[in-house]
Design a protein around this ligand. Sequence first.
Ligand SMILES: *Cc1c(COP(=O)(O)O)cnc(C)c1O
Length: 362
Amino acid sequence: MTSIDKLIEHTIRADVRNIASYFVPDASGYIKLDAMENPYQLPEGLRAVLGQRLADAALNRYPVASYATLKQKICAGLGVPAGYDVLLGNGSDELISIMATAIARQDRKAVVMAPTPAFVMFARSAQFAGADFVGVPVKPDFSLDLPAMLAAIDEHKPALVFLAYPNNPTGNLFDADDMVAIIRALGETGIAVVDEAYQPFARKSFMGRLPEFSNLVVMRTLSKLGLAGIRLGYLSGDPKLLEQFEKVRPPYNVNVLTQVAAEFALDHLDVLDSQAELLNLERSRLAGELAALPGVEVFPSAANFISMRVPDADKVCSELRDGKVLIKNLGKMDKMLANCIRVTVSTPEENTAFLNALKASL
Ligand SMILES: *Cc1c(COP(=O)(O)O)cnc(C)c1O
């Protein structure tokens, strides 16, 4: 063993040493349909104005610590109820990590729970924070198994339950009444986080229901709406709960360039919303054409991606990769997703390129 290996063994946690890094394939030269990005940029005129704003940003200064203007624009433009504030994150990934850190008590193991298959960062953040992750399988149609969820809540007393609405990687919206039953069951012992990363496409939200439940937190991101590059997530919930999470948030976690770009984008939400509308139309077209392909089982989606089962997901993914089309193979994620793939809904041209490549592979 070399001295660096010894150093690592002495210093780095075993569970960190034993896992692989979050894998992001190199996408240069590919049609990139694996990460739910919006394929459209802001229109050229707006980009020129944004360029000037970014050039004027005071890069020599720390961000304004209160983020008051940005928060005010989020609250006013994105349906945050009156009297509720937001917590900002460097992407919602950071917010997930902040919440997991805040609940990971030392005197006994805290539990983070989610219906599975789920967004990978729920379990990862729980692990890194030192909490246990308990996944509760959804039903074969990907709906919530409510009795199983309620039994697991009773058994494990989770401090945090993530419900992605719609769910990633399946794309479906859980039944809202089932979600309410879970929020109520958690009551005073657990926090329910409704992760609305795909709200711009689903157009359904629990944000307006925050005043009904003091243990409800609603989390969103600008990533899927078209600003994945700036990394900005936000969440809202009871002000007293937010105050606790706020203590864990690293100061200045949202940088000046993100702040300027987000404020600008929020002044032009109509542009982003109409891009989302276009993508929703393409989602319908793509889903229809996929459903007509023999051997393809398309799952209903309220998000900007479509998941489906194919006869041989490994073969499809590798042949598409050879054809320079990058999609996500879900097969290794969960046994429920054997032979499943996920594709981001993109421009009509890129969607057609995907369809043609898929047809050729099938
Ligand atoms: C993409 C995604 C996120 C992460 O969003 P960022 O703000 O880019 O970190 C969170 N939750 C779900 C369910 C997602 O699919």
